[in-house]
Design a protein around this ligand. Sequence first.
Ligand code: SF4
Length: 262
Amino acid sequence: MPVPDSGNFQTYYLRQIGVARPIAEALSRKGEGLSSAIEPSVLQTGLPPVPTEQMPAEETSPFANDEPVVYPEPGTLPTDLAGLRNAASSCTACELSTSRNQVVFGVGSGHADVLFIGEAPGEQEDVQGEPFVGRAGQLLNQMLAAVQWSRENVYIMNVIKCRPPGNRDPKPEEVQACSRWFDAQWDLLQPKVVCLLGRVAAQRVLETDAPLSALRGRWHEYRGIPVWVTYHPAYLLRSPSKKAVAWQDFRKLKVHCESPGT
Ligand code: SF4
């Protein structure tokens, strides 16, 4: 279904995602707009760093015992999505396997044109085993609905599949460990377009340290697939003024999917 380019659509969308004032007003506010930068402090977890002396001693690590690590070699990975999900469900390739409730693989259509990628499972996702099911997930659902998409006709996954304790940022070694599942899942899905939600997903996929403000709102490419970057819904919950800009991002993404090259 084409995206309406009318004020009615805009009003509908803004109501869907909880923006009360018109988009033009929002964008005209001083300090806001398409080129506005994200305040770095907002993107942090807010958790203080753990002093080195409080970290578990190496001999207490579950990775120091004789338990075999469950992590198939690349050539032995299943070649279908259900098989890959099943194989990943018992993965112990990084320390997050010791604190998770379950592996959160992904949700949606395996034949979807559009793949959304977030950062990592949160508390609710860890309990329910599905990405984006908390408040941020509800907002994502509303944003999808506003451009006539749903969780059933897109695919949604995260950069890593197990919840980091306290919702901290994933560590580089955890992202690296999970990349085998990530890459295999990407290859099986073969989306036409990918939308990265938030800084962690954008920096992982685009292999950059650039801030989100330098990455969002323009097209990138990864493995030959067009990649779009926008805000993570959890950030939008903390910064509602950015919802109007996120609407612009979602609308451009939808238009591109229907008319590649625009
Ligand atoms: S985060 Fe990824 S690599 Fe680490 S245990 Fe979970 S599935 Fe395995």
